[in-house]
Design a protein around this ligand. Structure first.
Ligand code: CDM
Ligand code: ATP
Length: 308
């Protein structure tokens, strides 16, 4: 009897040790994922000032970026064959110039990955619209492939890759609220800025970042604005806005109209063409949204997010 009791106790101890070891091993060596569905969030720029020109001819910026709850969906699936297959609900984005394809090809080659990947992009973020959709997808791809291909890349390694694919990609590796400096790729995380009742309006025109920067006025040092978090609403500003408002009267009209519906902030996001209004009153926002919907413009009601 005593010897039977002893053997049950020993078995229990062995089982417990085996379970604990399995959990520890699983945490250290996560199983390779076969598939993964992710959200790739957009951003708005609450503030963007031009500080000067960099030796590489890019503009030196000081910008405040916030993730918002508008997103594309990206589905990743491991495949045995070594290809990178990209599919998308918008056929014109199925191309080797898509940032997702470029990032995946680069990572595969740089880290000698033998397996392939099938990626499906379901696009909801308007394109060339100042909401960073392509950059967000690129960052999402770096983070996802790191897991799917078990690369164990550190955050600094991922940031190094990100900066090669655009000035906004580094922001999307972090998300939430952040300051962007240099050409935008030097990111400092900031305490989250919570903003609700944000209306996005896009008239359906695409504006490239290159054009927005080309049209911008570079202010002298004493004219440069500063972002003051204690005066958040009064600080919202975009130096790229006035050049675009002159070149595209529809953007000027949208910003004026958003203001006339009672928004406390009415500015352009990033390089445009999306404009945003921040409202105190939900009813004012609804009326404004309805006005632009009737004109056939794309609209979206959103809020800021703590992560990307
Ligand atoms: C407007 C913002 O979205 C604000 O967050 C970004 O500054 C733009 O980021 P992006 O679209 O990722 O831009 P990139 O792909 O890096 O650059 C596209 C083009 O925009 C111009 N460009 C971009 C960033 C920068 N700081 N100065 C520039 O002059 C350059 O002509 C560059 O060739
Ligand atoms: N995955 C992608 N999603 C959207 N656009 C992409 C993607 N890959 C490449 N592009 C190309 O990148 C260009 C800009 O796209 P994107 O939508 O990121 O602009 P944006 O929102 O103005 O970006 P930003 O705010 O960073 O200036 C377009 O010409 C588009 O065809």
């Amino acid at each position: 009897m005593v010897s039977m009791f002893k053997s049950i106790t020993v078995n229990r101890i062995i089982t417990t040790i085996t379970t604990i070891t399995t959990i520890i091993m699983a945490k250290r060596c996560p199983k390779s994922k076969r598939g993964m569905l992710t959200a790739s969030y957009a951003k708005i720029n609450l503030f963007l000032e031009l500080i000067g020109k960099l030796p590489n001819n890019y503009h030196q910026v000081n910008t405040i970026l916030c993730s918002i709850d508008l997103f594309d969906l990206l589905n990743y699936e491991l495949i045995e064959s070594p290809e990178i297959i990209l599919t998308c609900n918008i056929p014109s984005l199925i191309s080797t110039s898509n940032l997702i394809y470029r990032v995946a090809s680069y990572v595969k080659e740089r880290f000698n990955v033998s397996s392939g990947i099938k990626i499906h992009l379901e696009k909801h973020i308007p394109i060339s619209a100042g909401l960073g959709g392509g950059s967000s997808n690129a960052a999402n791809c770096i983070l996802a492939l790191n897991e799917m291909w078990q690369l164990n890349l550190s955050k600094p390694q991922m940031h190094k890759i990100a900066s090669q694919f655009g000035s906004d990609v580094n922001f999307f590796l972090e998300g939430g609220t952040a300051k962007g400096e240099n050409r935008g790729e030097v990111i400092t995380k900031l305490p989250s800025i919570f903003l609700n009742n944000i209306l996005l309006v896009n008239p359906g025109i695409e504006i490239s970042s290159a054009e927005a920067y080309k049209l911008a006025y570079l202010p002298k040092k004493q004219e440069q604005r500063k972002f003051d978090p204690s005066n958040l609403i009064g600080s919202c500003f975009n130096r790229l806005e006035s050049g675009i408002r002159s070149a595209y009267p529809v953007i000027d009209e949208i910003i004026n109209t958003i203001g006339s519906f009672g928004a406390k902030v009415a500015i352009m996001s990033g390089s445009g063409s999306t404009c945003l209004g921040i409202f105190d009153s939900k009813n004012d926002l609804k009326a404004c949204r309805q006005y632009f919907n009737q004109k056939g413009f794309w609209t979206y009601t959103t809020k800021t997010r703590e992560t990307s």
